[in-house]
Design a protein around this ligand. Structure first.
Ligand SMILES: NC(=O)c1ccc[n+]([C@@H]2O[C@H](COP(=O)([O-])OP(=O)(O)OC[C@H]3O[C@@H](n4cnc5c(N)ncnc54)[C@H](O)[C@@H]3O)[C@@H](O)[C@H]2O)c1
Ligand SMILES: CC(C)=CCC/C(C)=C/C=C/C(C)=C/C=C/C(C)=C/C=C/C=C(C)/C=C/C=C(C)/C=C/C=C(\C)CCC=C(C)C
Length: 624
């Protein structure tokens, strides 16, 4: 695919060459079966960004400077040279983007973070004509859905399972987000969403074809034929309702009323399911305890909580989009989505600044009015939109003592989900069956599903797209939930040793669970990330995957929307309605852009109704 994204990913000087020397050493060490440096060595070395270059050996520092220089988007070669010179000349100071956005401009929206939530908000607003500035702390866009390169591999930082890429209906939010900036990506359909390898030899493949999946599941639980059909039929009711609406902000009454008039049945269906949890629906139709556990893992696979804590609306989206046509892999890797959106944003006149670490949200007269970066630069906006988690936004970017009551309430209702241990492997292709599924989940003991390292998730994107690895190699990305506490307080040597030990144990389990005998032997590249890595590079408190309910929720009803109690401040991303997932945060981005556009006069609204409706909405939701 000849997009600028694939060229970027293949650029030999791109950011991943940062550690190409390290990787060569890593490869030798893997072959020798010993500990090796990895992503999180940066964390170990205390190198937070280029500010810390004085801590690095000169050769590494120069490689970094070149890598950064090549990665800054759309710069003239003079400017790139300037950046590299600045980096070399003043290593103890932050390297500033010499083409930095102007400080004395009033933007319509200043957006903190270029995760998929931030990017979709930015592109939607730019497409509506808003003057947008997107500030990203890291050096590439995408956050949890970004990429990194090593030795010819393009690794997806997070999962490689992308929903929302269908070409019909309205729930194909990634397709639509790209189209809003005049872009389209080539994608390959996943033939199966996932292959589950569960206790007592229970093996279930979630075929793309719905009837094939239902037939396979029914063959394992013939006595629950009716219950299975009824449960998944309820999911379809939700999906079909969502897929008929124009998906925008539920905080904007003019739009909401319009949808109720156009699609009353769909809206009433969604209103009915809004406070419902998946576990309750499953228990209504299904009695078999093992099948109920299967429904649990169907949700846990993407929500990291069992069905009793997963909103039914989200299950409707995920458990149907996979059969409807939405689960597809973008050729060249997941990171291409963010890069393509970022290109589109710039083409529409929006600005993105990388290495722009927001330290403070500025408040004037009780209203968010701008941001200050760690290097002192300040940017003003009519609206400020945070794509950082709510914990980071309200405890770090704002003074925690000024935390609004609504946020205190959020923190009692929702807690941080665990983070992940991620093992990115390059594996000799002859060691894996050619017809393996792309995604697998391995669980040996039901009672351990939610424990650290209990469930192993595996994605092998090269089963679909060989362009992301060197010839005759596969990517095997194994990841498993775990908590940051287990990785704190270790010496650098202990930290490395623990990573390798835990990774070896996971690989051994995969050899058994997936029948991939010799996986460890066939691994020619391996790099392990921990919750500390996620905290560091994704700027997410404790490396969390996102918020999960701390007690039984009322479905999605308690999940905050995009506006906040601080005037002018909006949140977007997975700590907003409807939660985790690229397609979910894409919805959050579209909703946020719609609400912001209405507030700055770029979208029609009914001001009298607006205030009253939102007051009523927050009163109802406060009581949930
Ligand atoms: N298969 C999938 O659906 C899949 C795959 C990968 C990721 N994901 C999802 O993506 C979701 C996360 O998306 P998101 O949009 O909420 O956010 P994100 O965490 O991915 O991105 C947030 C961005 O904000 C930046 N940032 C944070 N604090 C900052 C600061 N102070 N200054 C400047 N930049 C700052 C970070 O560097 C990051 O790039 C997760 O829920 C995860 O489930 C899903
Ligand atoms: C008044 C009011 C408020 C209301 C009324 C009623 C109505 C109208 C309503 C409406 C609603 C709506 C619109 C809603 C919406 C929703 C949505 C969009 C949702 C979405 C969702 C999504 C999701 C959740 C997704 C997710 C995904 C994910 C997370 C994924 C992940 C993955 C992974 C992790 C991977 C795995 C792997 C393996 C297994 C290997």
């Amino acid at each position: 695919m000849a997009t600028s994204w694939t060229r970027l990913a293949k650029d030999p000087f791109s950011v991943a060459t940062f550690s190409s020397r390290r990787s060569t050493k890593s490869q030798r060490s893997v072959e020798a079966g010993c500990a090796k440096p990895c992503l999180s060595d940066w964390t170990q070395a205390g190198v937070s960004n280029v500010t810390g270059v004085k801590l690095l050996p000169l050769n590494t520092f120069l490689t970094n400077a070149i890598g950064l220089r090549q990665k800054l988007p759309k710069q003239s070669s003079k400017r790139r040279n300037d950046v590299a010179r600045m980096a070399v000349a003043a290593p103890s100071k932050p390297v500033q983007d010499v083409d930095a956005p102007e400080e004395n401009v009033l933007y319509d929206a200043v957006i903190i973070g270029s995760g998929m939530g931030g990017l979709v908000t930015a592109t939607q607003l730019a497409a509506k004509g808003a003057k947008v500035l997107l500030l990203e702390k890291y050096i590439v866009p995408g956050g949890s859905a970004a990429y990194f390169e090593r030795e010819g591999y393009t690794f997806d930082v997070g999962s490689s399972m992308m929903f929302g890429f269908g070409d019909q209906g309205t729930t194909n939010l990634l397709t639509r987000a790209l189209a809003a900036v005049g872009k389209k990506m080539e994608t390959i359909p996943d033939p199966a969403m996932v292959h589950y390898h569960l206790p007592d030899g229970l093996s279930v493949r979630v075929h793309r074809d719905y009837e094939e999946f239902i037939a396979e599941l029914t063959s394992k639980f013939p006595h629950e034929k009716e219950g299975i059909r009824k449960f998944y039929d309820d999911c379809w009711k939700i999906f079909n309702a969502l897929n008929s609406l124009d998906l925008k902000s539920l905080e904007e009454p003019r739009y909401l009323l319009g949808e109720f008039v156009k699609q009353p049945l769909a809206c009433l269906t969604l209103a009915y399911f809004l406070p419902v949890n998946t576990g309750d629906v499953a228990r209504k139709y299904i009695k078999d305890e093992t099948l109920l556990r299967f429904i649990d893992i169907e949700d846990y696979a993407w929500s990291t909580v069992p069905a009793s804590l997963t909103p039914m609306i989200n299950s409707g989206m995920v458990l149907c989009d996979r059969h409807y046509g939405g689960v597809r892999y973008p050729i060249g890797g997941v990171g291409g989505i963010a890069q393509t959106l970022a290109d589109g944003l710039e083409e529409l006149g929006g600005k993105i600044a990388y290495k722009a670490n927001v330290k403070r949200i500025l408040v004037e007269n009780g209203q968010a009015s701008g941001v200050r970066l760690t290097d002192g630069r300040e940017y003003k906006g009519k609206t400020i939109i945070s794509n950082a988690t709510r914990w980071d936004t309200f405890e770090k970017l704002l003074e925690p003592e000024n935390m609004p009551d609504a946020e205190k309430k959020f923190q009692t209702r929702y807690r941080k989900s665990p983070s992940f241990l991620s093992i990115h492997m390059g594996v000799r292709a002859d060691a894996l069956p050619d017809d393996s599924d792309v995604h697998h989940m391995v669980l040996e003991d039901w009672s351990k599903m939610e424990e650290s390292y209990g469930t192993i998730f595996v994605s092998m994107p090269t089963m679909l797209d060989k362009s992301v690895a060197p010839k005759d190699r596969h990517i095997v990305h194994a990841f498993t939930p775990c908590w940051i506490e287990e990785w704190e307080g270790l010496s650098p040597a202990d930290y490395r040793q623990k990573k390798e030990q835990v990774a070896d144990e996971i690989v051994d389990r995969l050899e058994k669970g997936l029948g991939f005998k010799g996986l460890r032997q066939a691994t020619v590249f391996r790099e392990v990330g921990t919750p500390r890595t996620h905290r560091k590079f994704l700027a997410r408190e404790d490396g969390t995957y996102g918020p999960v309910p701390s007690r039984r929720p009322l479905g999605l009803l308690g999940m905050p929307f995009n506006t906040t109690a601080l005037k002018g401040l909006y949140c977007v991303g997975d700590s907003c309605f409807p939660g985790q997932g690229v397609n979910a945060v894409a919805f959050s981005g579209m909703a946020c852009a719609h609400r912001v556009a209405a507030d700055i006069g770029l979208e029609k609204t009914i001001p009298v109704l607006d205030g009253a409706f939102n007051k009523l909405l927050s009163t109802v939701r406060d009581r949930v």
